[in-house]
Design a protein around this ligand. Structure first.
Ligand code: NAD
Ligand code: MG
Length: 333
């Protein structure tokens, strides 16, 4: 067996939702027997589990590619193991090419969901990696590039996802624009407008378009941030959109509970993603990124994938209007 063969058979095992599901359906006892093996993974100190600052200086033109970051972010490509928690579900994830969206896409596919991802055309290389991973997991992967700042595109995105997936049960509004500006005087009206359109208007347009398709039992998830509660001075426009995200999650949860649709949020702390190296953080902040958290390092998208799964899964049926945090010891969801 060559190294490539080994890697590819390992990928099939790790991402083998098809195998796992078939085995579980045929012989539930086999699925249960597999659990102790998974539980026998060695304990790992989370503080040492991933790279720590100082990080190498780097910058990419917005929106940036995960594939060109140093070190490359971990989205769970080699680690996420599914257990059929989302079998047969159909999910649309914005910003599904990289960062938290990619981690959610990988995890959803390995949990048995078909997944449509949206991203900007410039992110095609990242997106193609994700589509390949979804398909390796034996699920349908639908790529829908386009700019969320346009209402017409947001409506078409939902229609294309519904058509491509044969329906829709999970909507993850995760895409966002974050550009650091030292002063409010440096935030142009174009900046402000782009941030509001991407982070506030797009979820509004997407959720409105998706709602007629969502049956009771469906789930909507928004990615908010620790910035919603503790804004950085240089993220004036971005931080207020994250407060708005937290707020719409809670409002919609109340509005949609009686319709059987849950709405929840995820509030990450500092996570190693392209958003940070393509204008989201200053070079100084990047070099020490995550170092100020009790964990002493930034999080990796892989560390949040299971939260998106949990909030989408049917057994979280009493969780709505909640914001789940993952911020290395600081932050306050
Ligand atoms: P990311 O760069 O990997 O993902 C952001 C995605 O937004 C991009 O991949 C891009 O596809 C999408 N996007 C931006 N503008 C768009 C547009 N106009 N049209 C279509 N797509 C567009 O970075 P990430 O950090 O994974 O960001 C995902 C979410 O996590 C965002 O909501 C962000 O606010 C949130 N978040 C990130 C951090 C962090 O430290 N990285 C912390 C808290 C919250
Ligand atoms: Mg991206």
């Amino acid at each position: 067996m060559t190294t490539d063969d080994m890697n590819s058979s390992r990928r099939q095992i790790v991402g083998g939702a098809g195998f796992g599901l078939a085995a579980a359906a045929a012989a539930p006892a086999l699925g249960q027997a597999a659990a102790p093996a998974a539980a026998a993974q060695p304990l790992r100190n989370p503080a040492d589990a991933y790279p720590k600052p100082p990080f190498q200086r780097q910058s990419q033109p917005w929106p940036g590619l995960a594939g060109q970051m140093q070190p490359r972010p971990d989205h769970g490509e080699n680690s996420y193991r599914g257990s059929g928690r989302l079998t047969g579900r159909r999910a649309l994830i914005t910003g599904g090419d990289s960062g938290m969206g990619r981690a959610a896409a990988i995890a959803y596919a390995r949990e048995g969901a078909d997944v449509a991802i949206n991203y900007l055309p410039a992110e095609e290389p990242d997106a193609q990696e994700v589509i390949a991973l979804i398909r390796e997991a034996g699920r349908k992967g639908v790529a829908i590039p386009g700019d969320l700042r346009e209402e017409a595109f947001c409506r078409r995105l939902v229609e294309d996802a519904v058509r491509g997936l044969g329906g829709l049960d999970i909507v993850v509004c995760n895409a966002a624009r974050q550009q650091t500006r030292a002063s409010i005087l440096d935030v142009s009206s174009e900046d402000f407008d782009a941030t509001m359109r991407t982070n506030i208007y797009a979820p509004f347009w997407i959720i409105k378009a998706a709602l007629p398709h969502l049956q009771p039992g469906s789930a909507i998830i928004g990615t908010t941030s620790e910035q919603a509660y503790d804004p950085s001075p240089e993220l004036y426009d971005y931080a207020q959109t994250k407060a708005a995200t937290m707020n719409y999650v809670k409002s919609l949860a109340k509005q949609l509970a009686s319709k059987g649709i849950r709405v929840n949020g995820v509030a990450p702390g500092p996570i190693w993603t392209p958003l940070q190296v393509s204008g989201g953080a200053t070079m100084e902040k990047l070099e020490t990124f995550g170092g100020q958290t009790p964990m002493g390092r930034p999080g990796q998208p892989a560390e949040l994938g299971s939260i998106y799964v949990q909030l989408a899964a049917a057994d979280a049926s009493y969780a709505t209007g909640q914001v789940y945090g993952s911020a290395g010891g600081s932050g306050q969801p």
